[in-house]
Design a protein around this ligand. Structure first.
Ligand SMILES: [Zn+2]
Length: 192
């Protein structure tokens, strides 16, 4: 809510910049307060300072309201950009598991999200890319970032052989360096 103090400040600013007599600010105070009191001090001040800086014409209440509303819309548009599935980057993570000459390959890359931000990067979005990969008979699996899980897991991102090495290294780190020097057989794992 715009305070009477804020209205006094902005009218003083206008009065000085447009060579108005101090009585003009006095007389205008109530009208301006009534018209602008539903807006915040900060946005009223921002609007008036910007109008005074950029326009030659004496600002009126209507111009201030118009500025505030346009400013709010602009801020909303920025806030709408991006989404949870792309972590507001506009890009979704995709992992493609496919066989090439009988060997499993895993490629991880970024595809444009279908949110407003992602749509500006590319005409085709992640869904088109994923559908195309799924149609490919050599595809074994496709994983992609979702609203529930924007980041892929290490198991989805990495080739099983690399993942196994990562697991071995993690296990060596947790069991102690002295053990990793000895050839310790890895513990059997269930369900893999
Ligand atoms: Zn997005």
């Amino acid at each position: 809510m715009a305070s009477i103090g804020c209205i006094r400040t902005i009218l003083g600013l206008i009065q000085r910049n447009y060579n108005k007599v101090p009585a003009w600010a006095e007389e205008s105070r109530i009208d301006w307060f009534q018209a602008l009191n539903k807006y915040d001090d900060s946005e009223v001040e921002e609007a008036v300072r910007s109008i005074v800086r950029t326009r030659k014409k004496l600002p009126n209440v209507a111009a201030v309201i118009e500025f505030i509303q346009a400013n709010r819309k602009g801020k909303e548009a920025i806030a709408l950009e991006g989404c949870g599935a792309c972590r507001s980057t506009g890009w979704r993570e995709v992992a493609h598991w496919y066989s090439s000459r009988g060997k499993l390959q895993v490629t991880t890359f970024l595809a444009a999200c279908d949110c407003p931000k992602g749509s500006r990067f590319a005409v085709k979005c992640w869904r088109d890319v994923v559908d195309k990969m799924r149609d490919d008979p050599f595809t074994e699996a496709v994983y992609y970032g979702t609203h529930e899980q924007p980041n892929l897991t290490q198991e989805q991102r990495l080739h099983p052989e690399i993942m196994e090495k990562v697991r071995e290294r993690n296990q060596a780190a947790t069991t102690g360096a002295w053990q990793s020097l000895v050839d310790v057989p890895s513990e059997p794992r269930g369900g893999e």
